[in-house]
Design a protein around this ligand. Structure first.
Ligand SMILES: *[C@@H]1O[C@H](CO)[C@@H](O)[C@H](O)[C@H]1NC(C)=O
Length: 129
């Protein structure tokens, strides 16, 4: 019965995909969280410094992301609400107080400063259970 075989095969394939998703899949580099920055406003014409929009994204479609730390250089706490980004030490900032970003959730904040700070994810965990 070829059609039964095909059905069985389809089920097995789907089942293995289901098992394959989760921790192992999101541990893959393709799901690393990302930080994107865009400049919203150019300084210079007024005395206002340029404004940058920061977008932090959990790229894992299955698992909440927790305890995301960023390399943040000498980022100043005064530029941002610590609930969004808390400066713990030089070059160590934590996003959302370490609390979960849901699968594919994005968190946004703006800051104004004469130059852009480089912000890179350094450590994080996926909460797959
Ligand atoms: C960031 O700035 C833009 C433009 O000024 C504004 O529309 C947006 O609401 C701001 N975002 C946040 C999270 O404050």
């Amino acid at each position: 019965m070829p059609s039964f075989k095909r059905l069985l095969w389809t089920c097995l394939t789907l089942a293995s995909l289901q098992f394959g998703l989760g921790r192992a899949k999101c541990g893959d580099n393709t799901y690393n969280p990302t930080v994107k920055q865009t400049q919203l406003q150019v300084g210079g014409f007024s005395k206002d410094p340029p404004k940058f929009k920061v977008e932090v994204e959990n790229n894992c479609p299955m698992c909440p992301l927790i305890d995301l730390h960023l390399k943040c250089g000498s980022f100043s706490q005064q530029l941002v609400d610590p609930k969004l980004l808390k400066v713990l030490a030089p070059n160590n900032c934590v996003v959302n107080n370490g609390l979960p970003l849901q699968p594919l959730e994005k968190l946004y904040f703006n800051y104004s400063h004469p130059h852009k700070y480089l912000l890179y994810p350094s450590t994080w965990y996926f909460q797959c259970e």
